[in-house]
Design a protein around this ligand. Sequence first.
Ligand code: HEC
Length: 169
Amino acid sequence: MKYRKQSTVLTALLLVTMLVFTANSCSDGQAGQVDELKSEIERLEDLYKPGLHSLMNETMHRHSSLWFAGVADNWELAYYQHHELEEVFEKIEELYPEYDGEPIATLIGNMTSPAMEEVEEAIEAQNPVRFREAFTNLTASCNSCHESTNRQMIHIIEPDQNTVRNLRF
Ligand code: HEC
């Protein structure tokens, strides 16, 4: 669903871009139209760009599911959740290398990536003790970034209750 939506957006952007090129080859009198199309491209891009807060909400959800999969020794599911969490961080780096003046991509590289690697190694080793330690470090890295970006009130903790009721852990 996510991908179908993205491809629809890409098709729309491609069409508008083609129109811009066509318009560009026309007379100078049509420069105004070109500008209009360019601002339409920007509007469409913004329309389909998930906000950082939405991406962070997905991060929170994955963080929780990763924990419950790990403590249930369901390593296959833990591996999957870890991979999806990694993809969300990659998307954040791509869409918000900087946000509100903060170097988000650099902070992820410095704080989150080492913790994510530790978790991956623990999952691959199927080692519950290492998993718990690595997960604690991952949670600490969420909070370090929230502190660095003046969002210290968003304090992430180890989930104590699984709110996802329809997935087997
Ligand atoms: C690179 C820095 C960084 C890292 C790493 C990071 N966050 Fe965030 N997070 C932010 C910023 C900045 C905001 C505020 C976004 C805004 O203002 O829209 C935020 C907001 C949030 C929110 C609030 C979303 C809402 O509903 O508004 C949650 C939940 C969250 N983060 C969870 C996490 C979790 C869980 C992790 C770790 C797995 C994490 N974050 C790692 C920077 C980070």
